[in-house]
Design a binder for this molecule. Structure first.
Ligand code: PGD
Length: 767
C-alpha cells in the first residue's frame, strides 16, 4: 500500500499498513525534528486492547441503571450496535424526562486525536447540544489555574498563553533566560491538533550555540537540554514563589527595580512592596528567608537578582508550576518580578508562560484559525471547573467558590465521555472510583479498553484517526494536513460521528446533527466555507479536491518576530489592558475583595500541604513529581513500542537519587512500592543524579491497573501516579488541578509482584 498523509498531536507523517497489519510511519519531509513517539503508532490498529464490539456492563444489562459500586469491577457483555444504541437512547430519554438536561455531564475533557471534523469532544458536544444541552466543564488540566488568574493580572489569558514572545526574538535579544521549571524538550514535540514542523528543538540549540546565559530553576536537571549549559538551581519543589519573592525583595533593597515602569504600566506595586519588606507581617521576604524555604544558598539568590537587573532578562515559567496547590502564586509572582525589572514589552525581555510546556509556545507558525466543526451553543449554563469532577459526583448540592462566585454542584445521572481518560488524568483515582459509582449510567467512547472504559456501563468502540478521513492542524502549525484513511475500521469500531448519528436518529435529532451530510461531504463543506473566507482576504487557497489530492496546504504568513505586550509598552493608553486599572495588576483589589485565604490580593508565599518542608513529610519524606511523559502523549498509546521500551519490568519507570535509594535497599531495576495514605503503586526503579535528593519523578500516563476487588484494590500494579495525588484544588479562585506534586514513601518490593494486566482486554462475555 502506498504511503498516505496524516497528522497527530505529536507530528505530521505519512503511513501505510504492512502485510502483517503493522503501520509503517514516515515523518513529514519538512519536519526538522520528528517526535520519537511517532513509533507508538506502529501497533495502533490491532493492539490487544482495542475495543472490538459494543459492550455493556453485566450489572447494568441485568438490573438497569442506577448507582453501583460494582462499576469498574465487573465483566462486560458483547452486544450489537442496535441493542447498545436502542438501550442508550431509552436511557437518555429517561434522564431528560425525569431529571432534566443538566443531569447529563458531557464535559468529556481530554486530548482525543488530531482531526478537525472527527474531534471526539466537538462531536459529543454537538450531539448533546442538539439533545437539549448538558452540564459542561470549563478550563483545562494543563493550565486551568493560569486561565483564571491571568485575567485578573493582565486582563486576559490568551495573549500570554498563545501569543507569547517568539523564540527567534528571544534567541536574538535575550542575555539571560531564567527558566522556572526549565524548558523541558520532551513536551515541545506535542501541540493539540498537530504540528508539521517541530521548530523548538532547533531554537533551543540556537540558544546554546549563541551562549545565552541560562538559569534552570527546577528539582530536575534534565528539564532543559544539556547543550544549553544551564546553571542548575536545584530548588526544593513547590517553593518557586518564595524564590521569586526573594529576587524581588533583593531588587527593592538594592534599588534595582524600575520605578518608572512600575508607575506607568503597573497598579498595586506599593502594596506588594510592603509585603516584600515585611512591613505588616514582620517577615521580610529576603534571600535568607527564601533560602530556608527553597534550600538554595542566599548568596546565589542575591547574585541572580543582581544579574537579572543588569542584562536583558527573560523569565519563563512552565505550566507545571501552576499545577500545584496555590498554583496562582508562581504565575503572579513571576509577572510581578518581570514588571520590577521593567523589561516587559522589550524584545527578549519580560516574561513568558509555557515555554517547554507545549510545542506552540514561542513557535513561529501563523496564528491561523483552520476549519472546525461547530458544536453549537449549549442551552444549559451549568458547568464545573474541570478538575472538580469527583467533588461534583460525590457532593451534589454542595456549594463551592470559584473566581468570585459561589456555585453549587449539580446532581449528575448520566456521564458520557469521548476522547478523554479521567482514570488517567484525574487525581486520587481511588476517590474517583467511588465517585464513578454514583451516576445511574456511564458511557465511554474510546478505541481502547482504557481504565475509564473499564469503569463504564456502555463501552462504544471508536475508530482511530488512521481509520477515517479528516484534516488536521494545530495552533501555529505551518500546514493543514489532509488525513487520508490508511486502514479499514477495526472489528465493529465506528467513527464517533457515526456512533452519535446513530444515537441521534433514535432520539429524533439526526437531521440536525448530520445536516444530511456524509463525513466526506462535511470535510468538503467545512473546508470550502473556510476557503471562501480566505479567498475574500486575498489568500490563494486550493479547492478541496486539489487540497485532498496534494495532501496538504501550507498556511500563509508565519510570524517570526513577536514580543508579548510590545503594543502596551509602546502606548499604554491606546493599548490599555482590560484590567480594572488598565495596567498590569501587581496587586488586585478585585481578587482581594473575594476574601480567599488561599489566594490573597497580591502574589504571596502560602505553605502547601504537600511539600518537603511541611509536617506531612515526616510520614512521606519523598516529593514525587508527576510530570508529562517523554515516550507517549499523556496515556495515549501506552501500549506502543516507544512507551513500552521505557518500562522497567513492564512497569512505569520511577527515577530516584542513589542517595535516596541506598538507605532503602533499592537498586537499579528493582520493583518498588510507592505509597501514601491514598493508595500505592508498583514501579521500576531507575537511579539518577539528574534530580535533587529527596525528589522522585514518575511521569503520568501509565494505564491505571488496580488489583481486583477483594485484594488491595488501592494498589496500581502498573505505576499511575494519580493513585497517590491529592484531589485538592489549587485555590478557591481557580479550582485548578494540583496533580504535579505529591509526598510519598518508597520501599523495595520483595517477592513476586502481581502481574500487569491492563495490556489485555477485560472479560467480555459473548451471548
Ligand atoms: P489522554 O491520554 O490524551 O489524556 O488527560 P487526557 O484525558 O487528555 O486521553 C485521551 C483519550 O482519548 C485516550 O483514552 C484515547 O484513546 C482517546 N481517543 C483518542 N482518539 C480518540 C477518538 O478519535 N475518539 C474517541 N472516542 N477517543 C479517542 C490529559 C491531562 O492529564 C492533561 S492535559 C494534563 S496537563 C494533566 N497533567 C497531569 C500532571 O501533570 N500530573 C498529574 N498527576 N496528572 C495530570 N493529569 C492531566
Amino acid at each position: 500500500m502506498s504511503l498516505r498523509p496524516s497528522t497527530s498531536h505529536w507530528g505530521a507523517f505519512s503511513a501505510a499498513v504492512n502485510a502483517d497489519g503493522r503501520v509503517r510511519v514516515v515523518p513529514h519531509p519538512e519536519d526538522p525534528a520528528p517526535a520519537p513517539m511517532l513509533g507508538n503508532l506502529t501497533d495502533t490498529l490491532h493492539h490487544p486492547t482495542r475495543v472490538a464490539t459494543p459492550a455493556i456492563r453485566r450489572g447494568w444489562l441485568e438490573c438497569g441503571p442506577g448507582p453501583d459500586p460494582a462499576r469498574g469491577h465487573e465483566e462486560f457483555v458483547a452486544v450489537s450496535w442496535d441493542e447498545a444504541l436502542d438501550l442508550l437512547a431509552t436511557e437518555y430519554r429517561r434522564i431528560r424526562d425525569e431529571h432534566g438536561n443538566q443531569a447529563i455531564f458531557g464535559g468529556s475533557y481530554g486530548w482525543a486525536s488530531a482531526g478537525r471534523f472527527h474531534h471526539a469532544q466537538s462531536q459529543l458536544h454537538r450531539f448533546l447540544t442538539m439533545f437539549g444541552g448538558f452540564t459542561s466543564s470549563r478550563n483545562t488540566y494543563s493550565n486551568g489555574t493560569s486561565t483564571v488568574v491571568l485575567p485578573h493580572i493582565v486582563g486576559g489569558a490568551t495573549d500570554v498563553l498563545r501569543n507569547g514572545s517568539s523564540w527567534p526574538t528571544i534567541v536574538a535579544n535575550t542575555d539571560l533566560l531564567v527558566a522556572f521549571g526549565g524548558v523541558p524538550q520532551k513536551n515541545v514535540f506535542v501541540t493539540p491538533g498537530g504540528v508539521t514542523r517541530h521548530h523548538t528543538p532547533g531554537f533551543l540549540a540556537q540558544l546554546g550555540e549563541k551562549g545565552v546565559d541560562v538559569a534552570l530553576i527546577s528539582p530536575l536537571r534534565n528539564d532543559i537540554p544539556a547543550s544549553l549549559n544551564a546553571r542548575w538551581y536545584p530548588i526544593r519543589p513547590a517553593t518557586d514563589t518564595a524564590l521569586m519573592l526573594a529576587l524581588a525583595h533583593t531588587l527593592v533593597v538594592k534599588g534595582l527595580h524600575d520605578n518608572a515602569f512600575l508607575d506607568r504600566y503597573c497598579a498595586g506595586y506599593e502594596e506588594f512592596e510592603r509585603y516584600l519588606l515585611g512591613v505588616d507581617d514582620g517577615v521580610p521576604k529576603n534571600a535568607a528567608w527564601a533560602s530556608a524555604i527553597t534550600e538554595l544558598p542566599a548568596a546565589d539568590i542575591v547574585a541572580l537578582a543582581r544579574r537579572m537587573a543588569s542584562v536583558r532578562t527573560f523569565i519563563t515559567i512552565t505550566w507545571s508550576l501552576q499545577r500545584i496547590e496555590h498554583g496562582e502564586q508562581p504565575v503572579w509572582a513571576a509577572i510581578a518580578l518581570a514588571a520590577m525589572l521593567g523589561q516587559i514589552g522589550l524584545p527578549g525581555g519580560g516574561f513568558g508562560h509555557g515555554y517547554g510546556s507545549m510545542g506552540d509556545t514561542g513557535d513561529i507558525g501563523p496564528d491561523f484559525r483552520v476549519p472546525y466543526l461547530s458544536s453549537g451553543i449549549n442551552p444549559v449554563r451549568e458547568f464545573i471547573p474541570v478538575a472538580r469532577i469527583a467533588d461534583m459526583l460525590l457532593h451534589p448540592g454542595t456549594s463551592y467558590d470559584y473566581d468570585g462566585t459561589v456555585r453549587t454542584y449539580p446532581e449528575i445521572r448520566l456521564v458520557h465521555w469521548a476522547g478523554g481518560n479521567p482514570f488517567h488524568h484525574h487525581q486520587d483515582l481511588n476517590r474517583l472510583r467511588t465517585a464513578f459509582a454514583r451516576p445511574d449510567t456511564v458511557v465511554v467512547q474510546d478505541p481502547y479498553w482504557t481504565a475509564t472504559a473499564r469503569h463504564a456501563d456502555f463501552v462504544l468502540p471508536a475508530t482511530v484517526s488512521l481509520e477515517r478521513e479528516d484534516f488536521g492542524s494545530g495552533r501555529r502549525d505551518t500546514h493543514l494536513i489532509a488525513m487520508h484513511r490508511v486502514a479499514e475500521p477495526f472489528a465493529k469500531a465506528r467513527d464517533d460521528h457515526e456512533i452519535l448519528a446513530g444515537l441521534a436518529a433514535r432520539l429524533g435529532i439526526e437531521e440536525r446533527f448530520t445536516e444530511g451530510r456524509s463525513p466526506r461531504a462535511w470535510l468538503e463543506h467545512l473546508y470550502e466555507s473556510w476557503r471562501k473566507q480566505l479567498l475574500d482576504k486575498g489568500f490563494d487557497v486550493p479547492s478541496f479536491v486539489d487540497f485532498w489530492w496534494t495532501g496538504e496546504y501550507r498556511l500563509p504568513a508565519p510570524q517570526a518576530d513577536r514580543t508579548l505586550f510590545a503594543d502596551f509598552r509602546s502606548d499604554p493608553v491606546a493599548h490599555r489592558l482590560p484590567t480594572p486599572s488598565g495596567k498590569i495588576e501587581i496587586a488586585s483589589a478585585r481578587v482581594r475583595a473575594f476574601g480567599y485565604d488561599d489566594c490573597p490580593g497580591h502574589p504571596a508565599w502560602i505553605e502547601p500541604s504537600e511539600w518537603l518542608g511541611g509536617p506531612r513529610a515526616a510520614r512521606f519524606p519523598l516529593q514525587l513529581i508527576a510530570n508529562q511523559p517523554s515516550t507517549r502523549l499523556h496515556s495515549q498509546l501506552d501500549g506502543g513500542a516507544v512507551s513500552q521500551a521505557a518500562k522497567v519490568t513492564g512497569r512505569e519507570a520511577i527515577r530516584m537519587h542513589p542517595d535516596d535509594a541506598r538507605p532503602r535497599g533499592i537498586a537499579e531495576g528493582n520493583v518498588v512500592r510507592v505509597v501514601n495514605d491514598r493508595g500505592s503503586l508498583l514501579a521500576g526503579a531507575v537511579l539518577s543524579t539528574e534530580l535533587r535528593q529527596g525528589v522522585v519523578q514518575l511521569p503520568t500516563g501509565a494505564w491505571f491497573d488496580p488489583l481486583p476487588q477483594g485484594s488491595d484494590a488501592a494498589l496500581c500494579v502498573h505505576g499511575n501516579p494519580n493513585v497517590l495525588t491529592a484531589d485538592l484544588p489549587t485555590s478557591r479562585l481557580s479550582q485548578g488541578c494540583t496533580g504535579q506534586h505529591v509526598l510519598v514513601e518508597i520501599e523495595r518490593y520483595d517477592g513476586t509482584p502481581p502481574p500487569v494486566t491492563i495490556d489485555r482486554p477485560p472479560r467480555v462475555i459473548r451471548r
